[in-house]
Design a protein around this ligand. Structure first.
Ligand code: COI
Length: 365
């Protein structure tokens, strides 16, 4: 059996539907996985081949596989949403496919076409669409799809792998943060940097996230949910959080996000918010924003909202910024009014509750 060029090998042990429903009712984030995964193999000689959907399960890797030593790996985050009529859709997958290719180029991995990237999501969903939760009122449940690519050649020399495997796994997801959508607290990292000019900051590679973990541990030690990074050169410009982009809303209607300089992840949610903000009457600006501007705006009341965004986190308000010697709250805090509106606007689009004027949705099942 094939789905758009993918051989289908269905599991002999599908999850009992009653257990699946129980999982979907309380999924959390990234704890449970569906019955299948998609896979495509690449070798330097044969290119991409062996498209298949097979039972979800452990990978067999030689202990000398390149990815285990030098971290030659990239990934993506995409969600599948169930609409009221039961159909399943995803949001701007060609943007993720494009970013995946940019990440691949930076990590010296082979590039995957839109056709294979989106085809793999469709092939997996053809088997596992029952795992896409039906959102109840106001819930943001979805099936989180995690495409990733690893260097699987067995050798210890430092050079690009000549064997690579691409997979897509899927995990039912509720809110990313444990407390749901309530303001999160942010630790301002002074000991660590996430990315430097010429480095891998714009690529979605495991190493960037590994490098954020010591800072994230520091954040948690200070009872903060997430960590914010400043630029590596001047230690002054706000970049992003450990796994989310940042937005700043001003009383006069400007909405500012740090500009893309190669050290920031080009978030698909970030890009979408820049467009949707205009529909809320806001004026988007992509530019450098310094930690002093955050401090001054917080004190003067000009800065009325800060929020984080990403595929996993959607739109999440930031309550306070904490560092060794300060605790920064917005004196002009408007209660996260625009974060709420933009979040609703985005979710309404993704769940098919508003008209998709820009053709941002792709049907998966
Ligand atoms: C996403 O938002 O999809 C990410 O990959 C970020 C990660 C913190 C889950």
């Amino acid at each position: 059996m094939t789905t758009s060029g993918f051989d289908i090998r269905p599991t002999a042990h599908p999850t009992d539907p009653a257990i699946r429903e129980q999982i979907l009712g309380n999924a959390g984030f990234g704890r449970y996985f569906t019955d299948h995964m998609a896979h495509i193999r690449w070798t330097a000689d044969a290119g991409w081949h062996g498209r298949e959907v097979r039972p979800y399960g452990p990978l067999t890797l030689d202990p000398a596989a390149a990815v285990l030593h030098y971290g030659q790996e990239i990934f993506e985050g995409v969600k599948a949403y169930r609409h009221a009529d039961g159909s399943v859709w995803t949001f701007r997958p060609e943007k993720n496919a494009e970013r995946f290719r940019a990440s691949a180029r930076r990590l010296a991995l082979p590039e995957l076409s839109d056709e294979d990237f989106i085809g793999s999501l469709k092939a997996l969903l053809a088997q596992d669409s029952a795992w896409v939760p039906t959102p109840r009122d106001g819930e943001e449940t979805s099936l989180y799809l995690r495409p990733f690519m690893i260097a699987s050649e067995t050798f210890l020399g430092v050079r690009p792998s000549k064997e690579v495997d691409y997979y897509v796994i899927a995990s039912p997801a509720g809110a990313y943060f444990k407390g749901g959508v309530k303001p999160v607290s942010i630790w301002l990292s002074s000991n660590y940097k996430r990315a430097a000019p010429g480095g891998t900051g714009y690529a979605k590679c495991g190493g960037n996230y590994a490098a954020s973990l010591a800072a994230q541990k520091e954040a948690e030690a200070h009872q903060c949910d997430q960590v914010a990074f400043l630029d590596a050169v001047e230690n002054r410009w706000i970049e992003e959080l450990g796994g989310m982009n940042l937005f700043f809303v001003y009383k006069d209607g400007r909405i500012v996000t740090p500009q893309l300089t190669g050290t920031i992840l080009e978030g698909v949610t970030r890009d979408s918010i820049l467009e949707l903000a205009r529909e809320e009457g806001l004026t988007p600006e992509e530019r450098h924003i310094s930690i002093d501007e955050w401090r001054e705006g917080a004190a003067s009341g000009e800065l009325v909202e800060v929020f984080a965004c990403g595929t996993a986190a959607v739109v999440t308000p930031v309550g306070e910024l904490v560092s060794e010697d300060e605790r920064l709250r917005l004196s002009g805090d408007n209660g996260g009014e625009y974060a709420k509106r933009l979040r609703t606007r985005l979710l309404d689009l993704q769940y098919g509750r508003s008209e998709d004027k820009r053709g941002w949705l792709t049907r998966l099942a």
